[in-house]
Design a binder for this molecule. Structure first.
Ligand SMILES: Cc1cc2nc3c(=O)[nH]c(=O)nc-3n(C[C@H](O)[C@H](O)[C@H](O)COP(=O)(O)OP(=O)(O)OC[C@H]3O[C@@H](n4cnc5c(N)ncnc54)[C@H](O)[C@@H]3O)c2cc1C
Length: 292
């Protein structure tokens, strides 16, 4: 049996952009977060499942979530704990706000230097920013090897991991020494469901900020006696970093304008499976140089 590993999953709470209605954007072009439910970024759930598979394979391994976001992002840490994670760290501070991918990956990598994991697992991409840059940038900043587009783990021990990658034109198996980072595709297995016993155990898991907000002696006393109910909360002063590289001031990218583009089909043609229809379509496609 291999050595237990320390695994960190990078996860982001995102507005559910899959069900965007007409009031999803404000007049000034910013996202109307109040109109969209906040969810666990879908591919980060695929990433969590892969981390839990490692924990199942190498008993004694731990899985923690690291998320940078507003106080309510603690919800996804609790959700992950219900599904099998051991706990998590919420990186929250006004100074992190307005971060682009460069400032986000800088803040996350500074927190990871403090956590010292063996493996970092991230989703391929977040459904709000859609850049797919944060995972690879974190690996680069740590100077760690990375594997992208992961679909499943083929083998793992304390020294190396073999990962199946899903690429546009096929699959690839790559081996990589630890410590390393990999990003997971949506084609990877879905995350296991919340477990009823774990929901009962972790439903009162809170950050210090949430406890302060709740002002409930009952829940505060409960958390004080049970360290597994304490979700860690780190601000800028908890990580070693250069403040000028964080948040808005550390972000060279500025989103200037967001437009609502409605695609409309200008014309359509209905064809049957008859030879004459297929022949005329082929002739048209060849004439327009779409084929041939
Ligand atoms: C409409 C829109 C457009 C944007 N365009 C740009 C742009 O062009 N350039 C730019 O630099 N920024 C852009 N941003 C900002 C960008 O969303 C944020 O910088 C964000 O913090 C990280 O980028 P992402 O959402 O694209 O993440 P991705 O790089 O797509 O995320 C990949 C993975 O990294 C991890 N991850 C990402 N964010 C976090 C987090 N906060 N905490 C923990 N793990 C995380 C997750 O595992 C995630 O699956 C845009 C934001 C919006 C809303």
């Amino acid at each position: 049996m291999g050595k237990a590993l320390k695994i960190v999953v990078l996860a982001k709470q995102v507005p559910d952009t899959r069900n965007v209605g007409k009031d999803a954007m404000k007049a000034d072009g910013t996202v109307n977060r109040a109109a969209l439910p906040a969810i666990f970024n879908p591919e980060d759930l695929n990433a969590l499942e892969q981390a839990l598979v490692i924990k199942d394979t190498l008993p004694g391994s731990t899985v923690h979530i690291l998320t940078m976001g507003p106080p309510r992002a603690a919800d996804i840490i609790r959700d992950a704990m219900f599904r099998g994670a051991d706990g998590g760290i919420l990186l929250t501070d006004r100074k992190f706000a307005g971060a682009d991918t460069l400032a986000t990956s800088y803040a996350l990598s500074r927190a990871l230097l403090k956590i010292k994991p063996d493996i970092i697992v991230a989703g391929r991409q977040a459904i709000d920013g859609d850049t797919a840059q944060v995972g690879p940038q974190v690996a680069e900043k740590l100077g760690w090897p990375q594997v992208t587009y992961a679909e499943c783990i083929e083998t793992i021990d304390e020294k190396q991991i073999v990962i199946k990658r899903r690429l546009e034109h096929g699959i690839e198996s790559v081996s990589c020494p630890l410590p390393m980072l990999f990003t997971v595709n949506s084609s990877a297995p879905e995350c296991r469901m919340a477990n009823a016993k774990r929901v009962m155990k972790y439903k009162y898991a809170k950050t210090p900020g949430e406890l302060q907000e709740l002002q409930s002696d009952y829940i505060s006393d409960l958390c004080a006696g049970r360290s597994y109910l304490c979700i860690e909360e780190w601000g800028v002063s908890d990580i070693e970093c250069r403040e000028e590289e964080l948040g808005l001031q550390g972000s060279p990218t500025k989103v200037k304008k967001i437009e609502n583009v409605v695609l409309q089909a200008k014309e359509s043609k209905r064809l049957t499976g008859a030879d004459a229809d297929i022949d005329s379509l082929m002739a048209e496609l060849i004439a327009s140089h779409t084929l041939g």
